[in-house]
Design a protein around this ligand. Structure first.
Ligand SMILES: [Mg+2]
Length: 172
């Protein structure tokens, strides 16, 4: 049952995910979380690093959609300057937003990777909807209130996986 929480891959940062490599694997699209995945949850705009990551994906023909449980104002203000499609109030881990994003990109599940910093929303949702999931280390160690609760459960699941030898990365 807990296997739905296990990401296919784990990286330190979204910037380790390179367009060239994705392309080699036949990936044509990315569904990514926003808060603590692309920037810290309390940073309003994309950093130069985020801008160039998006540009590199675009240059390689890889489509990116941001899906976030955060509200419209936050997600719109961040995404629009990047010229990237977005879904706000996504209600992850529900599958709907993931499916909407895939449909809008006109890509198959197998052509998309889901990236996020939380097991209980991004990974669970991405796995349930049938996507390849990549967990990143949260950009900052602080979170919004609702997320703080999720993190406590997440830590327990992580420890379980670690005991079972299913994950090898260091704790954050
Ligand atoms: Mg997040």
């Amino acid at each position: 049952m807990l296997s739905k929480f296990l990401p296919n891959e784990h990286v330190k940062s979204v910037f380790e995910i390179k367009a060239e490599l994705l392309k080699e694997k036949g990936i044509k699209g990315i569904i990514t979380d926003l808060d603590n995945t692309l920037v810290a949850w309390n940073v309003k705009n994309a950093t130069p690093e985020v801008v160039s990551w998006f540009k590199s994906m675009q240059d390689h023909g890889i489509k990116v959609t941001i899906i976030s449980n955060n509200k419209e104002e936050r997600v719109k203000m961040f995404s629009e300057p990047l010229g990237t499609p977005y879904v706000f109030s996504a209600r992850k881990p529900l599958k709907r937003a993931f499916k909407v994003a895939a449909k809008q990109m006109e890509l198959k599940k197998e052509e998309i990777v889901v990236i996020g910093d939380q097991l209980l929303t991004d990974v669970l949702g991405g796995n349930s909807a049938g996507f390849y999931t990549v967990l990143v280390v949260p950009i900052v160690q602080t979170d919004e209130k609702i997320t703080q609760f999720n993190r406590r459960i997440e830590r327990k699941i992580m420890n379980y996986f670690r005991r079972k030898g299913k994950i090898s990365w260091e704790d954050k």
